[in-house]
Design a protein around this ligand. Structure first.
Ligand SMILES: [Zn+2]
Ligand SMILES: [Zn+2]
Length: 269
């Protein structure tokens, strides 16, 4: 069943309007399309206008494609509450810095490098460990149903290799965060966003982390993190293959039940 829960539009930093995204999803054969506009300290929306627009699309496509009103909520968002979201993708795009500011981990490699040099003694492993210390709290802060791009801190490691993702100095804090979050029962997304833009050789989370999730009995869902309509299903076939290779036989799907509430089900891969 073709579904996606991580979708951006022109209402935040996406390239297509919600109507264009829905039309493309319908044409591609999607059964469920979840919108998840950004609400974070650097990118956020007029929440009321977003809810109005996505709800109208949900009515327009009723009976043809199930549209869900979600949000990608950063744990450091301090603005308007996101009341009315049907599900939350909890994300961490920042490291809290000793000077009280937030350091963005997915802006540019140069910015990541500046943060590492200024605040972590030039040590990429301390930089990554600080990220995972924050990431470990994302469920507590957002009460999310879906854990977004767990290892976003590796964002530039493909273009500009900076740390070894198999080094225990990287893996130990990553596994500690993974284990803390797996215990919450929230679903980890396998996020194809950066993979689709050829910026990573793999998905978030990377395979060693996916294998650990499987050992822990954690559940996963599949998301494209699409910022343009054409990439709504980008990377799904490869991601499913990676999941099977890591021992998974299903993903979690969300959709509306007869009473209008969100149901969580399993779909074989
Ligand atoms: Zn994100
Ligand atoms: Zn996103």
């Amino acid at each position: 069943m073709l579904t996606n829960y991580h979708t951006h539009t022109t209402l935040c930093d996406g390239k297509n309007t919600p109507a264009e995204v829905a039309e493309t999803a319908y044409r591609k054969g999607f059964r469920v399309l979840g919108f998840s506009g950004h609400m974070d300290p650097s990118i956020h929306m007029d929440w009321t206008a977003y809810c109005r627009e996505i709800s109208a699309l949900r009515d327009e496509y009723a009976g043809r494609m199930d549209i869900l009103l979600g949000v990608e909520l950063d744990q450091f968002w301090k603005g308007e509450p996101v009341t009315g979201a049907e599900y939350v993708i909890g994300s961490t795009h920042f490291i809290p810095l000793p000077d009280g500011h937030l350091g963005c981990v997915d802006w540019t490699w140069e910015e990541s490098d500046r943060i590492r040099r200024t605040f972590f003694g030039g040590d990429w492993y301390r930089y990554a460990a600080a990220y995972y210390e924050a990431e470990a709290q994302v469920w507590e802060k957002t009460r999310c149903e879906i854990l977004g791009h767990f290892d976003l801190v590796t964002r530039f490691n493909h273009e500009k290799p900076s740390f070894d993702e198999e080094d225990p100095r990287y893996l130990e804090p990553a596994f500690a965060a993974l284990e803390a979050l797996a215990a919450t029962g929230a679903v980890f997304e396998v996020n194809c966003g950066a993979y689709n833009r050829n910026r990573r050789r793999d998905f978030y989370p990377a395979r060693p982390l996916l294998k650990r999730l499987r050992e822990l009995g954690a559940e996963v869902c599949l998301s494209s993190d699409a910022h343009q309509a054409e990439l709504l299903d980008g990377g799904f076939a490869d991601a499913k293959e990676a999941l099977r290779a890591c021992g998974f036989d299903h993903v979690v799907c969300f959709r509306h039940g007869a009473d209008g509430r969100l149901l969580r089900a399993e779909d074989g891969i």
